[in-house]
Design a protein around this ligand. Structure first.
Ligand code: PTJ
Length: 269
C-alpha cells in the first residue's frame, strides 16, 4: 500500500528553490520522527511566507537585533535556550554550538506534548553533541501559573530560574507570560507583528536557519568583550524602532518587487 511515508525528498541541486525545499523536507522528516508537531508544518509555511517578503536574507535590522541579543545573553546570570520541535529539526547542530559558546543550557519546552516527542528531540540534540539537556524529567517540572498552555511546565533549573530566555519560533502567549514574571525575552520570529515579536525585549525578525549561524559568529566575537561594552550595545538597542524599520524593509522590498518581478521573468524566457 502506498503511504505518505514513501515520498522521495531528493531535490535537484539546480532547482531554483532547492535551499528552501531542503529545509521544508527537514520539517517533514522531523514530523515523521515525532520531532516536529503536525502544526509545525503549518507554522513553517507561515514563516516561509514572511521570509519571501524579506527577500530571504538577513536584513540590517535583524543584524542589529542579533548583536543586542547576543550581548543580552552573554550578560545574563542564567540564560536559557528554549527548544521546540521546528527549531530542533531545522538546526540541531547550531543550537548545541550556540549553547556551548554562550554557556546557556538547552531546555526542551513544547506546545504540543504528544508522547514520544521529548525523547525524539532529546535524541536528535544528543546526536548533535548536546551533553546536558533540561526539560526531560516530566515528574520534576514546575508550573508557570501565568501560562495556560503546555509550555507552563518548565524545568526548575532552567526557564524557572532564568533571567533571560531565548525563544526561537514561538506561539502567542508565552512571551507575554514570561515578561509578566520579570524575565527578559529574546525572540526569533519571521512575523514582525506577532504577539511574541511585539512583547519580546529583543526581536530578531529573520529565519532561524540564518539567525543561529550569525549568532554563533557574533557570540565568538563578543564572548570576551567588556561587560560595559555589552551593556552599551543593549542600551542602544530600541526594539520598537527596530521592528518598525523591519516593516519598512518589507514595504520597500515589496515595492521593488512590484517593479522588478515581471521584468526578471521576461528576461529569463
Ligand atoms: O514543537 P512545539 O510543540 O513546541 O510547537 C512549535 C510550533 C512552532 C508548532 C508552535 O510554537 C506554533 O504553533 O507556533 P506558531 O503560533 O505557528 O508561531 C510560529 C511563529 O514562528 C510564526 O510567527 C512563524 O511566522 C514563525 N516562523 C516559522 N518558521 C520560522 C519562523 N520564524 C523564524 N524562522 C523560521 N524558520
Amino acid at each position: 500500500m502506498t503511504t505518505n511515508n514513501d515520498q522521495d525528498h531528493d531535490v535537484p541541486k539546480d532547482h531554483p528553490r532547492s535551499e528552501s525545499l531542503k529545509y521544508r523536507h527537514k520539517i517533514i522528516e522531523g514530523m515523521k520522527t515525532l520531532v516536529v508537531a503536525e502544526a509545525g508544518l503549518i507554522a513553517h509555511g507561515r514563516g516561509e511566507c514572511f521570509d519571501y517578503m524579506l527577500g530571504e536574507k538577513t536584513s540590517m535590522t535583524a543584524k542589529e537585533a542579533i548583536k543586542a541579543a547576543v550581548a543580552l545573553l552573554l550578560t545574563a546570570t542564567h540564560a536559557i535556550i528554549s527548544v521546540n520541535g521546528n527549531t530542533a529539526a531545522l538546526c540541531p547542530n547550531e543550537l548545541v554550538e550556540l549553547s556551548e559558546i554562550i554557556n546557556a543550557p538547552l531546555e526542551i519546552n513544547l506546545f504540543y506534548r504528544k508522547e514520544g516527542r521529548i525523547e525524539a528531540i532529546k535524541n536528535l540534540l544528543q546526536g548533535a553533541g548536546a551533553k546536558k539537556i533540561l526539560g526531560l524529567d516530566e515528574q520534576n517540572m514546575v508550573e508557570i501559573e501565568e501560562l495556560s498552555s503546555n509550555r507552563r511546565n518548565v524545568d526548575p533549573n532552567g526557564i524557572k530560574i532564568a533571567d533571560v530566555v531565548f525563544v526561537p519560533l514561538e506561539d502567542g502567549d508565552r512571551t507575554e507570560a514570561l515578561k509578566k514574571i520579570g524575565k527578559k525575552i529574546v525572540a526569533v520570529d519571521l512575523n514582525p507583528i506577532s504577539r511574541t515579536s511585539l512583547w519580546a525585549d529583543i526581536t530578531i525578525v529573520d529565519n532561524i536557519i540564518r539567525v543561529l549561524p550569525e549568532m554563533i559568529t557574533v557570540a565568538k566575537k563578543l564572548k570576551n568583550a567588556d561587560e560595559k561594552d555589552l551593556k552599551n550595545i543593549i542600551e542602544r538597542f530600541d526594539n520598537k524602532k527596530n521592528i518598525q524599520l523591519t516593516l519598512d524593509t518589507i514595504i520597500k522590498y515589496t515595492k521593488q518587487q512590484k517593479k522588478d518581478a515581471f521584468i526578471k521573468l521576461r528576461n529569463s524566457i
